[in-house]
Write a protein of this length. Structure first.
Length: 393
């Protein structure tokens, strides 16, 4: 039986979740009538309600942030994979590959050079460059979903975001290996870690996605039932964590398999889309509540350089990739600005780097966590701006 204290804590969590879901309706309405997307508004709500603001969120709810994040990102990964239908990207496949690759690579190079030029050690500069190459798929996906501005540009952006973090993980592994060599450590373990993180994730996504593409959608012809869709997503996430591989990439690969090989499905992601929003609300609010505003004052020049060079790197990389692939001017000029949001994946890489190099933990986390405030609040605004710009062309 629950004690009075347990009941009190549980009731506080229920009240907070219910209130946040109802408030999200108002947030959604405000987002549709202003220049601020609901992602930014929910993050601001989290900042105001969290420990940096009014401290209204119960501890039991804030302690669930990691679980909520995992579920939300699994759904986003699954839905992003569903956008990668091979037949639709025969003409834009080269654009997706070049823009995503150059967006990650040029960003990593510019952030590294910027940090090194102001006197940051080469190993820390390398790690920051790799971390900067990652984007926040949840924020970008939600801005596109909220805007309802469907276009070739939006579809290309979703595809770019779906594979962008795979490039980031590869770069991270290479930079970890180089930084290990600089510090006199063996590099084999770092390379093996990244090879398994990505390769194992792809294999897991295929192992679940290929059977699911045939088996799901049989009981309710044309569409998988909610229990089927959630079962696949949660099974994928649980196995990915058990095998220590990237659950985001596993979910994307699983979504790709079902979208391309489930010939009997009318639309395999309908049920997930119906329930993802409550998890996204909690994810963004708790992300805002976890932001440490005090860290902003500690980063100084390095934080400014990181922010500027990451912005420039994403824009220039997308421009170069778009030019090499013959992308339209709209895609070349604006795609980089749409790729600025950075949160969960970037912070995750910073934590992983801090485990490898505990002496650099403070500087890595201070820079990445503090700049996340800018990229998560301003990034979605710029993403929606580019979507609106695309509709005018």
């Amino acid at each position: 039986m629950l004690s009075n204290m347990d009941i009190s804590n549980q009731s506080a969590i229920f009240i907070a979740i219910g209130a946040l879901l109802l408030i999200s309706l108002a947030v959604n309405a405000v987002g549709q009538r202003t220049a601020l997307p609901r992602v930014t508004l929910l993050l601001l709500l989290g900042v105001a309600a969290g420990s940096e603001g009014l401290n209204l969120l119960p501890e039991g709810l804030t302690n669930s942030f990691e679980l909520v994040t995992d579920i939300a990102l699994l759904m986003v990964g699954f839905l992003l994979g569903g956008k990668l239908v091979f037949a639709q990207f025969r003409n834009s496949g080269s654009q997706v590959l070049w823009i995503s690759l150059m967006g990650a690579l040029v960003t990593a190079i510019l952030v590294y050079l910027g940090a090194a030029l102001i006197g940051v050690s080469y190993d820390v500069a390398l790690l920051l460059g790799a971390i900067a190459s990652a984007t926040a798929p949840a924020a970008i996906y939600d801005v596109i979903d909220e805007s309802k501005l469907q276009s070739n540009y939006a579809n290309t952006l979703l595809a770019v975001v779906a594979i962008d973090d795979a490039w980031a993980l590869l770069l991270f592994g290479v930079c970890i290996a180089i930084a290990s060599a600089i510090n006199g450590h063996a590099i084999a373990d770092s390379l093996a870690f990244v090879a398994w993180d990505i390769g194992g994730a792809v294999l897991l996504g295929l192992a679940i996605g290929l059977p699911a593409s045939y088996l799901t959608g049989r009981m309710k012809p044309g569409q998988p039932m909610l229990i089927e869709a959630m079962g696949c997503v949660l099974l994928c996430g649980g196995l990915a964590q058990a095998f220590h591989v990237s659950y985001l990439i596993s979910a994307i690969v699983m979504g790709v398999c079902i979208a391309n090989f489930a010939r009997h499905h009318d639309y395999p992601f309908h049920e997930i889309e119906n329930i993802e929003w409550p998890f996204m609300v909690l994810f963004f609010v708790l992300a805002g509540a976890s932001i440490d505003l005090s860290a902003i004052v500690t980063i100084g020049l390095l934080g400014l350089v990181y922010t500027v060079t990451r912005c420039l790197g994403k824009w220039l990389g997308a421009f170069i990739g778009g030019t090499l692939s013959g992308a339209p001017a709209m895609t070349r000029n604006w795609m980089g600005l749409a790729m600025l949001p950075q949160a969960g994946v970037g912070i995750g890489l910073a934590l992983a780097a801090a485990q490898y190099f505990p002496d650099h933990r403070q500087v890595l986390l201070s820079v990445v966590v503090s700049t996340t405030v800018f990229f998560e609040l301003a990034g979605p605004v710029l993403t929606r701006l580019t979507l609106q710009q695309a509709m005018r062309h």
